[in-house]
Structures are given as structure tokens and as C-alpha cells.
Design a protein around this ligand. Structure first.
Ligand SMILES: Nc1ncnc2c1ncn2[C@@H]1O[C@H](COP(=O)(O)OP(=O)(O)OP(=O)(O)O)[C@@H](O)[C@H]1O
Ligand SMILES: [Mg+2]
Length: 385
């Protein structure tokens, strides 16, 4: 068995407390069709410490949950590869969402659906609107127009903290760990519906101590999973950029989400940790969560995603499985347009083509890391084809 209990090597007493935590979710449901993230906040007598949604995924991968994830992905085999195509079992449905900043249209998405229980990569060149789109879906920004829903529940104008309680959480491209709190305190902030947060209740530890203990146990397990447990008492400000990314991801899991949105989760993470982080992302899906992630590294996209949605200039320009998307001419042009123009220019008196290309790539690598990493992957694919 993989997942928290399988990989974390956590202390027995923590496992015991996590067993207690894991009593409330319906192990068969795993956020599958029919659950309603919006309507089922657990009552005060629930044994769950982070009361969010019914039918939420457990923190372990089981044969059953893995099979369910495979079935969700298999449904995509019959889906046409074109932008805005409906999905057989969508968890998020977006219509006519537009956001402009002055004269610049950052996001203009006519229609897109995200399949439940699979990993979808959101890719596109720098400035395509991916982060803005995430901000809109999660309530961190307001669109000019448009509607979207989570499990059929309309989310427009729902504030970010409520979106998280409804089971949709996100991490940030630029991390937002609170540096003057410890790593453990950052984790505990991630828990929803904390009884001790109310002024009067805070004076009566009997009301919240058990819940807080359970939350600490969950935080401990998650920190072990992301190899941050030794840092629990340290200030988050002392973590490296990559460790902050890990902390954000761990913290997002404190609310037992059904949808996890990760904005460039691998960026800045130590290469030694990247592989295990990819494994954790796959585990999220295999535990029953829907994962939506932004990534520029096409090897990562090809490795872990079941479906890819491509943005350029605010709109969705392509959708499909990774192998198909990486050979899509429109996608290659969107990522590499400026680069191709540079390379196609007459070389009179200039350096030989190979040198021009690598010099241009080196310059562009600083300016447009996403485009260059994507270009390398596309070249590989074309050579292999
Ligand atoms: N708050 C803002 N004010 C003005 N312009 C903004 C703001 N936020 C984003 N933009 C602009 O909107 C466009 C989309 O930006 P966004 O950050 O969403 O792109 P992205 O696809 O995430 O890019 P990257 O891959 O570089 O992270 C860019 O042109 C950006 O400059
Ligand atoms: Mg971005």
C-alpha cells in the first residue's frame, strides 16, 4: 500500500490517531459521482477534526481507490481532442470566464470542463493566463464575467476561504507560507472549522483540545510525507524555496480536499525531491482527488497527467492526452512562436544556425523558462516520432 500510511513510516501512535481521523469518510465514495462538496459540512459531533465534505478521499491509496482513478481516466479515451469538449464526469465546469487588466485580456475561457478523479495539466507559455485562471476559480480574484461550478455548485462570488471549505484548495506559484510562524503552525492554520478559533470557546480547552490533537496528528503525518517533519518547530521563513512549496502542498491537504490545484509545484524543488513529489501527486489522484496542475516541464506533464489543457493568450487552444498535445502544431507554435521567428531570420554575417539557436535558447531560457523547457520536450518528441 502506498500513500501516507505506506510511505510515511509514521510513529505508531500517530497512525492510531489517523485511524481515528479516518473513521468518518465513506471509504467507497472517494469524491466520486454523486457527492456534493457544497452541501455537507460535518456537524460538531463529527469525529473528524477537519470537517469539510462528505465522500472526501481518505489519505491512503487502496486497490479500490486506484481502480476508481483508472476508471475515471479510462473514460477520457473516447473524448475528442478539441478545446472546450465536454467530459464524461466533470467536477469543474467553466463558462465564459473573462478577466481583463486595463486593456489586457488575461483570461477569456469560453468553456472548459475538468474530469473528476484524474490529473489534468494546464500548460501554456508565460503570460498565457494560467495563474489568473487559478485565481479566479479559487476565489482569489473576481472575473469581469462568467460562471463556474464545483460538483454542480455555482462558485462565482464565493470567497476563497469558502471555496477551500467546499473541498477545492490550491497552492501558489509564489509561495505564501507565513515565515514568522513555525512549520507546524502553518500546517494547523490549514485546518478548517477549528472550534478553538472562537473567542469564548478558546477559553475552554475541553471544547477543542481533542480536535487540535487530531489536527496535529494529521499535520505530523503530512509533514513526514513531504519530508518536513524535522522542520516542524522551525520558522517557515528558514525553509528553502522548494521546501516552502512542499509546505504549501502539505498544508493544502489539511482540509481533506476533493480538488487540488497546484501552480507550478515542481518549480524550485530540489531535483532529488522532484521524483517523490511526482509520486505524491499521483497518490492524490489514486486516493480519489482531482488534481489540476500548472507545469512547464513537458517531461513532468507526460509522466503524470491523464489529460492536458493548453492555454494561450487567455483562451483554451487545445485539449487532449499528453502524447497527442505534444505533437499538436498549434501548441508548438503557441509555445515557440517567437522562438521560431528568431531562428528563421536570415543568418547573413551572424553565427552558424546551431550557435544562434543555442544562444537564443540561452537568452530565452532566462526570459521565458517555460517556453524553452517546453521546446526541449517537443523536440524530443518529434525526434522520437
Ligand atoms: N494583477 C495584475 N495586474 C495586471 N496584469 C496582470 C495581473 N495579473 C496578471 N496580469 C497579466 O495577465 C497575463 C496573464 O498572467 P498570468 O500570471 O496569469 O500568466 P501565467 O500563464 O501564469 O504565466 P507564467 O507561466 O509566467 O506563470 C500576463 O500578461 C500578466 O502580466
Ligand atoms: Mg503563472
Amino acid at each position: 500500500m502506498s500513500g501516507l500510511r505506506g510511505e510515511g513510516g509514521e510513529r505508531p501512535e500517530v497512525a492510531e490517531r489517523i485511524d481515528e481521523i479516518g473513521t468518518a469518510p465513506d471509504p467507497g465514495a472517494h469524491g466520486r459521482p454523486g457527492d456534493d462538496a457544497g452541501s455537507s459540512v460535518a456537524g460538531d459531533d463529527s469525529p473528524v477534526m477537519v470537517a469539510t465534505t462528505e465522500g472526501r478521499p481518505d489519505l491512503v491509496v487502496t486497490e479500490e481507490s486506484r481502480d476508481a482513478a483508472r476508471r475515471q481516466a479510462a473514460m477520457l479515451a473516447d473524448v475528442e481532442h478539441r478545446p472546450g469538449i465536454p467530459k464524461p464526469d466533470p467536477v469543474i465546469v467553466v463558462d465564459k470566464v473573462r478577466r481583463s487588466f486595463g486593456g489586457l485580456v488575461a483570461v477569456d475561457v469560453e468553456h472548459v470542463e475538468f474530469q473528476r478523479g484524474v490529473i489534468t495539466a494546464l500548460i501554456g507559455p508565460n503570460g498565457a493566463g494560467k495563474t489568473t485562471f487559478f485565481n479566479l476559480l479559487t476565489g482569489f480574484d473576481r472575473p469581469d464575467t462568467g460562471t463556474w461550478s464545483l460538483n454542480g455548485r455555482a462558485l462565482a462570488r464565493v470567497p476563497s476561504y469558502r471555496v477551500a471549505r467546499l473541498g477545492m484548495v490550491r497552492t501558489f506559484q509564489l509561495t505564501k507560507a507565513l515565515s514568522r510562524l513555525t512549520v507546524m503552525e502553518n500546517m494547523l492554520l490549514g485546518g478548517a472549522a477549528q472550534r478553538g478559533e472562537h473567542f469564548l470557546a478558546a477559553l475552554l480547552p475541553g471544547l477543542w483540545r481533542k480536535q487540535e490533537n487530531l489536527m496535529e496528528a494529521r499535520a505530523q503525518v503530512l509533514l513526514e510525507r513531504f519530508m518536513l517533519h524535522n522542520k516542524a518547530p522551525d520558522f517557515a521563513g528558514t525553509l528553502s524555496g522548494g521546501q516552502r512549496k512542499l509546505l504549501e502542498m502539505a498544508r493544502a491537504l489539511m482540509v481533506e480536499p476533493t480538488v487540488v490545484m497546484l501552480d507550478e509545484p515542481m518549480a524550485g524543488v530540489n531535483p532529488a525531491l522532484t521524483q517523490s513529489l511526482l509520486g505524491h501527486v499521483k497518490d492524490l489522484r489514486d486516493q480519489g482527488m482531482t488534481v489540476l496542475f500548472v507545469e512547464h516541464d513537458m517531461d513532468v506533464v507526460a509522466d503524470i497527467s491523464d489529460w492536458v489543457v493548453v492555454m494561450a493568450q487567455g483562451g483554451i487552444i487545445a485539449e487532449g492526452p499528453p502524447q497527442v498535445i505534444m505533437r499538436n502544431r498549434e501548441v508548438i507554435d503557441a509555445y515557440l512562436g517567437a522562438q521560431h521567428d528568431e531562428d528563421d531570420a536570415p543568418a547573413s554575417g551572424g553565427p552558424p544556425p546551431a550557435a544562434r539557436t543555442s544562444a537564443a535558447a540561452a537568452t530565452a531560457a532566462e526570459a521565458r523558462p517555460g517556453a524553452v523547457r517546453a521546446e526541449a520536450a517537443v523536440r524530443d518528441t518529434e525526434e522520437r516520432a
